[in-house]
Design a protein around this ligand. Structure first.
Ligand code: GSH
Length: 229
């Protein structure tokens, strides 16, 4: 298998969507070769019929979009540890996936985009700046203003997750499942790009994040990052 993934300066794999898939592949115990690409390498993704990472190539199968890749892995490798724990888990997993896309990543966008820009090779910085301005109407400099206010908004959005992790170790219950990998992807975006602390040490979400960093022999903890804790 090959995983096309976004890799910026100093080997920082910043994409929350790629991290979801990296964790899902480790969860299933499936080895793969990484194909690192930058923002300026979209032509290398043309074979997939779209221009975003992650893209997974498995023999003749080409799958893009992190949710669709998770579903593909679950269906193609049913004998490996399950990502969803059955049809009900997949159905509610889709809801949580969309919650992460809109609520978690929505709140992380203004926080993590400046650090992502700082790690973007110079040749791609103009594209990055312009595309993010088109999406948000904000310059990178404007996004850098008042991180504490943005961290407080994220903290509020995470309350249902916090209350869940007060009752159980993982979003998947007594073991990690794809919803854990989804949420963790966003925190890996922050860890790989930005030096601010998002969570207090006693927050159940932080304790869960530490457990996630330890999974699969500390795979995520060992990845090049700005934050080391
Ligand atoms: N819904 C897609 C989103 C994929 C996506 O937006 N990927 C970003 C990386 S974080 C990308 O390829 N960005 C390229 C760009 O901004 O030009 C998924 O879940 O995989």
């Amino acid at each position: 298998m090959q995983l096309y993934e976004l890799v910026l300066n100093d080997g920082h794999a910043v994409s929350p969507f790629v991290w979801r898939v990296r964790m899902a592949l480790a969860h299933k115990g499936l080895p793969y070769d990484s194909v690192p690409i930058g923002y300026g390498d979209k032509d290398k993704l043309a074979f997939s019929g779209q221009d975003r990472v992650p893209v997974l190539v498995d023999g003749d199968d080409v799958v893009s979009d992190s949710w669709r890749i998770a579903c593909y892995l679950e269906d193609a490798y049913p004998d490996r540890p399950s990502l969803f724990g059955g049809a009900g888990g997949r159905a509610s997993g889709l809801f949580f996936n969309r919650w992460c896309d809109t609520q978690q990543l929505g709140n992380l966008f203004l926080l993590c985009t400046p650090g992502t820009f700082d790690l973007t090779p110079e040749a791609d910085q103009a594209y990055f700046r312009e595309s993010r301005f088109e999406w948000s109407g904000m310059t990178i400099e404007q996004m850098r203003e008042d991180p504490p206010k943005k961290i407080a908004a994220l903290h509020g959005a995470l309350e249902p997750v916090r209350q869940t992790l007060q009752e159980q170790a993982w979003l998947g219950g007594d073991q990690p499942a794809f919803p854990d990998h989804c949420l963790f992807g966003g925190f890996m975006w922050a860890r790989t790009t930005s030096d601010f602390r998002l969570l207090d040490a006693e927050d159940p979400v932080e304790q869960w994040r530490q457990r996630m960093l330890d999974l699969f022999d500390g795979m995520a903890r060992k990845a090049p990052a700005v934050q080391q804790d």
